[in-house]
Ligand binder design. Structure first.
Ligand SMILES: *Cc1c(COP(=O)(O)O)cnc(C)c1O
Length: 374
């Protein structure tokens, strides 16, 4: 009775709904930029209280389109060092220079102090990443800092479908938010992405960019350097059907987090990252820090070999400025990012996780922690 690192949940009813949608899409021949894309956009915007949504082919595309809309070519873009490769890669694709910043150890997000340390006279944009689904209580302070200097704040909300702070959903703290529907994310379309924005100008630009920079769907006048960033109707149908489960999935994931919190509170030295006051996380990841000096590879191996439990992928095990491909953008040392990347583990969280499974994970990590802790 093992516990996998991740599990993607499409129940029988959802699989039947997808099959029916695919049948309809193939029968009509409306395979891209059709009614399912519109349905997906409307439902995703409504779920997050956003004015506008634009569906695209991936989370990375969503980020790049937002950055192109801002106009970062040849200019600096601040990104946190604790993030996925794609956050920095989108900056490069949009022609910008990524500037890595350190993070707050309690939220793994930028703070006003770490952001200020990374700003340059030529900063065009800042990317705020909601790691693991946590929204920093300082999001508005970061926005104010950006506004005061005429810098765009963009959210990488790839982890944060349905997360909120003070009742405001992810995607609503800056000029726009980029979401991903990669299979491991809290809801998926197979592959896909979404931009949320309160700005009708950003929405219009994003629609142009995603369809080869065409001024309109029916003409062949290319007014922007766009790309094939469309989402197919087949993916839009999968995403629309999966999105109906978002609230239920987030509830289930939060229940898993409650069990982990209660158990780890009695385990000194294994420190779960607490949910900040006012934040309601979707628990995309459940992050805990090992004591300094613990051999993480050995910890994970013993949890697996002894208990059949696979820990989830870290977010992240290596900070962005240490990734070989970002060597030219390395900059000064970022000690908090290095520390939290070196020491974190992520306990598995599934949208249909059973109590037996969470009990097994708790048993495994506490036993191995006691064995390895000195
Ligand atoms: C998944 C992810 C992305 C990229 O999404 P894709 O859909 O795979 O392009 C970007 N940023 C973060 C933080 C992610 O986790």
């Amino acid at each position: 009775m093992g516990v996998p690192a991740a599990r993607i949940v499409f129940d029988e009813a959802d699989r039947a709904a997808v099959a029916e949608a695919v049948e309809e899409i193939l029968a009509t021949g409306a395979l891209t930029l059709g009614p399912w894309t519109e349905r997906f956009e409307e439902a995703f915007a409504a779920e997050h209280g956003a004015a506008h949504a634009v569906a695209v082919s991936s989370g990375t595309a969503a980020l790049e389109v937002l950055l192109r809309t801002v106009g970062v070519r040849g200019r600096d873009v601040v990104v946190p060092a604790v993030t996925f490769y794609a956050t920095g890669a989108a900056v490069l694709h949009a022609g910008g220079n990524p500037v890595m910043a350190d993070v707050d150890p309690t939220t793994l997000a930028l703070s006003p102090a770490t952001l200020e340390a990374a700003l340059t006279p030529d900063t065009a944009a800042v990317v705020l990443v909601h790691i693991g689904g946590l929204i920093t209580p300082e999001a508005d302070a970061l926005r104010a800092l950006c506004d005061a200097r005429g810098i765009a704040l963009v959210e990488d909300a790839a982890h944060a479908h349905g997360s909120s702070y003070d009742g405001r959903a992810a995607g609503g703290f800056g000029l726009g938010g980029a979401f991903s529907f990669y299979p491991t994310k809290v809801v998926t379309s197979g592959e896909g992405g979404m931009i949320l924005t309160g700005s009708s100008e950003v929405r219009d630009e994003a629609r142009i960019y995603r369809d080869q920079g065409k001024g309109s769907f029916t003409t062949n006048h290319h007014v922007r350097q766009g790309y094939a960033w469309r989402l197919s109707e087949l993916h839009a149908a999968v995403g629309t059907i999966h999105l109906r489960r978002l609230k239920e999935f987030v509830e289930a994931r939060r229940e898993v987090a409650r069990r982990y919190d209660a158990a780890l509170a009695g385990v000194p030295g294994l420190d779960a990252l607490p949910e900040p006051p006012g934040c309601r996380s979707n628990v995309y990841k459940y992050i805990a820090l090992l004591p300094p000096g613990t051999d993480r590879a050995r910890f994970k191996r013993e949890v697996h070999d002894g208990f059949g439990v696979r820990l989830a992928g870290e977010v992240y095990d290596l900070p962005l400025h240490r990734q070989p491909v970002f060597g030219p953008y390395q900059g000064p040392p970022l000690p908090v990012a290095e520390d939290v990347c070196a020491r974190q583990i992520c306990l598995p969280v599934h949208s249909d996780m059973t109590e037996d499974e969470t009990a097994r994970v708790i048993e495994a990590v506490t036993a191995v922690h006691h064995r390895l802790a000195r």
